[in-house]
Design a binder for this molecule. Structure first.
Ligand code: PGA
Length: 250
């Protein structure tokens, strides 16, 4: 049985004061979260603050990205060992906003997957098609290509050491959620593709859904066989909404 994971991707939002209030709210409601593992991914500069509040408790934290390098002349980047030093368990990699605004290729994302594992972080590996790709009927080819970049570089077993997040780009921040059936179809395709190489990895790996997930639609998405949690953007910025999604996994 795969334990669901609900992870908040705060993106470039928050302040010291807002983060304190948000985490206090989340921690106050964690008693009703029975089944899901819970994590938050703040902007990197707030990770020490998040660590000081969450240390020793039930909520994990992670970075929103990491460098493919360990250290050196890479202005503006954050390295895996730095995230690890501040207690991160996870690092989101390959988010569509990084793929599109920072021109991250499938190969770069595979390098980041490798870097995360090397420095003891679990990658939350994001994949998903754009609206144009969906409308031209190439959703499966796109997610297959994205997954294969990691399998070809690191082998299929590496996938079991991370988490996959299927995030249709057209559903991110748009209020347009994939229907539970649409999401399940792609999740099943992803698991099936992995199963062709390893049934064991396919059974083990958690595949999260992301894209306008909210308390009102979380339960029916999470009820689908191959949906093992959520990567939450907008709704992760309000404690009650985020907790509502975490509880929906009960
Ligand atoms: P959203 O973002 O929940 O605001 O759609 C999800 C994500 O980008 O991870």
């Amino acid at each position: 049985m795969r334990q669901p994971l609900v992870a908040g991707n705060w993106k470039m939002n928050g302040s010291v004061e807002e983060i304190k209030a948000l985490l206090d709210g989340i921690l106050a409601g964690m008693g009703d979260v029975k089944r899901a593992e819970v994590a938050v991914c703040p902007p990197a500069i707030y990770i020490p603050q998040v660590q000081s509040i969450l240390q020793g408790g039930a909520v994990a934290w992670g970075g929103q990205d990491l460098s493919t390098h360990e250290s050196g002349a890479y202005t503006g980047e954050i390295a895996g060992p730095m995230l690890k030093e501040f207690g991160c368990a996870y690092a989101i990699i390959g988010h569509s906003e990084r793929r599109s605004y920072h021109a991250e290729s499938d190969e770069t994302v595979a390098d980041k997957f490798e870097a995360a594992l090397k420095y003891g972080l679990k990658p939350i590996f994001c994949i998903g098609e754009t609206l144009e790709e969906r409308e031209s009927g190439v959703t499966e080819q796109v997610v297959a290509r994205q997954i294969d970049a990691v399998i070809n570089k690191l082998g299929v077993d590496a996938l079991a050491k991370g988490v996959i997040a299927y995030e249709p780009v057209w559903a991110i921040g748009t209020g347009k959620t994939a229907s539970p059936e649409q999401a399940q179809e792609v999740h099943a395709f992803i698991r099936g593709r992995i199963a062709k190489q390893s049934g064991d990895v396919a059974q083990k790996v958690r595949i999260l859904y992301g894209g306008s997930m909210k308390p009102g639609n979380a339960a029916e998405l999470l009820a689908k066989e191959d949906i093992d949690g959520g990567l939450i953007g907008g709704a992760a910025l309000k404690a009650e909404d985020f907790l509502g999604i975490c509880r929906a996994a009960n």
